[in-house]
Design a binder for this molecule. Sequence first.
Ligand SMILES: [Zn+2]
Length: 134
Amino acid sequence: MKAAMGFHQCQNCDEIHRAADLLHIKDLSMRVSPGEVVPSGECPLCGALCHIADDPNILRVGDIVMWWGNFGDAKAEEAEIESLELVRPWQKEDGKPVEECEFSLLAQNRVIVNLTNGRWAYGSQIESIVGRTK
Ligand SMILES: [Zn+2]
């Protein structure tokens, strides 16, 4: 079975995993009863079943993202989000602080992303979410 996208939580150890890190479920039919939510994969740490935990289309403070530090130049690096501000497209001042936003707003440059490494980015400099710290 192909795992769904987004973030998945282990029902045993509570770890959050990326879809790509989940393992194939062994003996699925013996572990899930009819009518139960079908799990998305096995926990790579403890082998228990994992279920979708969160909406991957929402970006949150504390998320780890791939970030393009220099337009079209450097390769993407991992960075953690310290805060998010909603702005008018391509503005970087007078933003409205938010705890989370729709990922689709990033491509429209309607979000300023402040990173814990002391840098900030326009939304379009954020490529993808790769992890979640809270
Ligand atoms: Zn686990």
